[in-house]
Ligand binder design. Sequence first.
Ligand SMILES: Nc1ncnc2c1ncn2[C@@H]1O[C@H](COP(=O)(O)OP(=O)(O)OP(=O)(O)O)[C@@H](O)[C@H]1O
Ligand SMILES: [Mg+2]
Length: 291
Amino acid sequence: MARLAPDQRAAATAPPGPVLCVAPAGSGKTTTLVARIAWLVATGTDPARITAVTFNKRAADEMASRVDTALEPLGLSVGAVRVKTFHALGREILADGGERIEPLLDRESVLRDIWPEIDRGTLRRLDDAFSRLKLDIGVTAAEVATDPEPGPIARAFLAYESAIEDAGGLDFDDLVARALRLLEARPRILGRWRESCRHLLVDETQDVDRSQLRLALLLAAPANDVFFVGDDDQTIYRPALYAGPVPANWALTCASLGRAPSDALLKDLVPLFIRERDGLLTVSLVLFLTG
Ligand SMILES: Nc1ncnc2c1ncn2[C@@H]1O[C@H](COP(=O)(O)OP(=O)(O)OP(=O)(O)O)[C@@H](O)[C@H]1O
Ligand SMILES: [Mg+2]
């Protein structure tokens, strides 16, 4: 804690409630998140009630080892705090609910099995469209099947989903999408996971998609002790993000709050998203903020 800059320390020791830290690449965001975890443990939080999530496996592995190093002086063993990717978390939630978690099918292989002649461009378009249906809109094949006049994408989606069903498996997007549905349908399991995520920390927030954000908000409720950390300009999903959960240009958002983006701590920025966004996310954020 002593080596943190004042804004990092302020973020790491912020009082309970939603916190969003936005700062440039390499400026010490993950360091702040790890310090937050160490501070929570040092001030008496049960490590089993802390969960940190991030977008990809490499970042999760790196964060896990930084968390372990930070917690070692506090006498905690390796892995005492759960650090996962959203997909691994979804997988664990599905397993907990007794749902199938394998075989995990590769979307491209499944599409090539159905349409051996499919070209690369079509593959990419279908891949994007399916992820939008599953993750942004959150619809199931059963819901798409109710469309009396399905278009080509809807028909392809139904063929794909039925191939997945026939194989008795699931795809990568399903890990999060199905975990969300499971938690929404089963209050006992949701309650258990809310205990494990009583203090939830999300790194690389600029890269999370709508389903991942919804999962984080669902798990963090009703206490909403959720600590989001993100970059203002290194998203890998910029075009998707434009219609997605987080303002495309966080720096602009910061400026509209009258603060420089380098002020790492932007407490209560989350309500601003409501005024800027509408649709599904707004609903979940309103629920999030009103408990
Ligand atoms: N207050 C500080 N004093 C000195 N070094 C620091 C401080 N904060 C972070 N660092 C160092 O700066 C480097 C980058 O930190 P960190 O990984 O936390 O940044 P980041 O913002 O998460 O980066 P990225 O954008 O790549 O995710 C690390 O080597 C870290 O140890
Ligand atoms: Mg980082």
